[in-house]
Design a protein around this ligand. Structure first.
Ligand SMILES: [Zn+2]
Length: 325
């Protein structure tokens, strides 16, 4: 618990604070410009959309000579599917996309997140909330600046004061982004009433602790990014750069990751899916007949400027699993 305690009690200049974070809370890693990660949730098998996110983040890191890691985002225990984490890791191996370091699971890192929450509370940025969804209906679902719950008879969640923050950032694929957090999001949950750390806080703490310099992921997380940037600022963490890849949509126009039955990519025959994922990301076609040679060539030829903002998944990989498969 020594490291999280230090994390929660820092009041140093940004430079000094960064060096302390380096020493004590970053799992031993300083932030490296292009160090990347793939962070799947264990809610099903690896589908084309998650393969694109894994390959895309791997290419950004590898083409810059940086390391790349896998993090299992398993805080939502209700959505977790037994065996899914092991299945995803085995599939990544088959696709030649094994991380450079042991996989870290968020479920084992609650003390680190709790220290970050304690710091936000100490600095006056976080407050308890007992609101139900119905309580927020009169406000259009956007939480006002203080809790409005009529009853406080259960465990609270924690929300972050967003103040009047307008957040802008330059995404390497999607271009300039802006969000008025107070108007579009409101004070958001950083710790859930069920006792689990919320995604927005956990991902920010982990990216800093694991030294991630470049966050590459699907565009479904584009509108979460300003919340994460605000958290990074309030916690005094380094800001990574961002690249949000085009989403792979299914035949019905919904993103594949929303399909519980999204067709899994076939890890026994990885080359067709890898080639399709490269094409989806706008990268040159490859005729290599070996996974590692294909990846090695793709990382040498990788050009982030060729990635389209939107793209359509090839039909063979976009279908939902049917009753017979
Ligand atoms: Zn509330």
């Amino acid at each position: 618990m020594g490291a999280p305690a230090a994390f929660g009690s820092l009041s140093l200049s940004p430079r000094a604070r960064e060096s302390v974070l380096d020493r004590e809370t970053r799992d031993g890693f300083a932030v490296t410009a292009a160090r990347g990660r793939f962070a799947p949730s264990p809610t099903g098998r690896l589908h084309f959309g998650s393969l694109v996110a894994a390959l895309g983040s791997w290419l950004f890191a590898r083409s810059a000579g940086a390391s790349w890691i896998v993090r299992m985002e398993d805080l939502d225990r209700e959505r977790e599917v037994a065996g899914a984490a092991a299945g995803i890791l085995a599939a990544l191996d088959a696709f030649g996309l094994a991380g450079d370091e042991p996989v870290v699971a968020q479920s084992a890192r609650t003390p680190l997140y709790a220290a970050a929450l304690a710091r936000l509370e100490r600095d006056g940025h976080a407050y308890r909330c007992w609101c139900s969804r119905a309580d927020l209906e009169p406000f259009g679902g956007i939480h006002p600046r203080a809790c409005v719950a009529p009853a406080r008879d259960r465990s609270p969640a924690w929300r972050l004061h967003v103040g009047s923050a307008r957040i802008g950032f330059d995404d390497r694929v999607q271009g300039a982004q802006h969000q008025d957090l107070a108007r579009e999001v409101g004070d958001f949950v950083i710790w859930r009433a069920d006792g689990a750390c919320a995604y927005q806080l956990a991902v920010v703490v982990d990216d800093a602790a694991q030294g991630i310099g470049e966050v590459v992921r699907g565009a479904d997380l584009l509108d979460s990014t300003p919340r994460q940037i605000l958290l990074q600022r309030l916690l005094g963490l380094p800001l990574p750069t961002y690249a949000h890849l085009p989403l792979a949509l299914g035949a019905d126009g919904r993103k594949l990751s929303k399909h519980e039955a999204a067709l899994a990519v076939d890890a026994r025959d990885p080359l067709p899916a890898l080639r399709a994922a490269l094409h989806f990301l706008g990268q040159p076609a490859s005729t290599e007949r070996n996974v590692h040679m294909l990846l090695s060539r793709a990382s040498r030829e990788f050009d982030a400027l060729r990635i389209p903002r939107t793209a359509t998944a090839p039909p063979a990989f976009a279908a939902a699993r049917n009753a017979t498969s």
